[in-house]
Write a protein that binds this ligand. Structure first.
Ligand SMILES: Cc1cc2nc3c(=O)[nH]c(=O)nc-3n(C[C@H](O)[C@H](O)[C@H](O)COP(=O)(O)O)c2cc1C
Length: 170
């Protein structure tokens, strides 16, 4: 699948079939994260892949009772230990982890899988459920599995409203 096609096809999938993800597909998806760029190539990201039904159920509550989290074949819990801040003043961890997660989302799309970013979660319960040590930031969760819903229309601002040329013109 062309990159742009994957970008167009990716959507937030919030209903999943009761079907596991084949190991080779899951590995390619995770490989897409491994190959992501990171500040100074620090690669300071860690991913906990949860497929156990009971653990996923516990994650539902931690994810603000978003029920579809439990129906996903896998929940990827993306973490980082980095407290680095770039010269530009921005924290490295959320940026690097977000890039890797979007690699995951796009490769998953190319594999016929659906994903959804989960930012609405309580980190401390997730930490307790998965035994994630203090000092490791839990940046985001991502659900993944075979879609049981369909993409809706993309609601996006126009290119003109978000891009200007040469000089700030908003
Ligand atoms: C950082 C981030 C956090 C998000 N958290 C949630 C979430 O907790 N639950 C949810 O259903 N969708 C979540 N979303 C999905 C957004 O609502 C979705 O990406 C947006 O509405 C655009 O729709 P699309 O992904 O289908 O193109 C999140 C997306 C991002 C990028």
């Amino acid at each position: 699948m062309e990159v742009f096609e994957a970008i167009r096809k990716r959507y937030s999938c919030r209903a999943y079939k009761d079907k596991p993800i084949e190991e080779d597909k899951l590995e390619r998806v995770l490989e897409a994260a491994r190959l992501a760029p990171s500040a100074r190539n620090m690669q300071d990201w860690r991913f906990v892949v949860v497929t156990d039904v009971q653990v996923k159920e516990r994650l539902v509550e931690a994810a603000n009772n978003q029920g579809f989290v439990g129906s996903a074949a896998a929940v990827i819990v993306a973490c980082s230990e980095s407290d680095n801040v770039m010269r530009c003043g921005q924290a490295v961890a959320p940026i690097d982890v977000a890039i890797a997660l979007e690699h995951i989302a796009l490769q998953a799309t190319a594999e016929g899988l659906g994903t959804c970013w989960i930012g609405s979660f309580y980190p401390e319960p997730v930490r307790a459920i998965l035994g994630i040590p203090e000092g490791v930031a839990i940046i985001e969760l991502m659900t993944m599995g075979y879609p049981a819903d369909k993409a809706g229309a993309k609601k996006r601002d126009t290119l003109e409203s978000i891009v200007c040329r040469e000089k700030w013109a908003f």
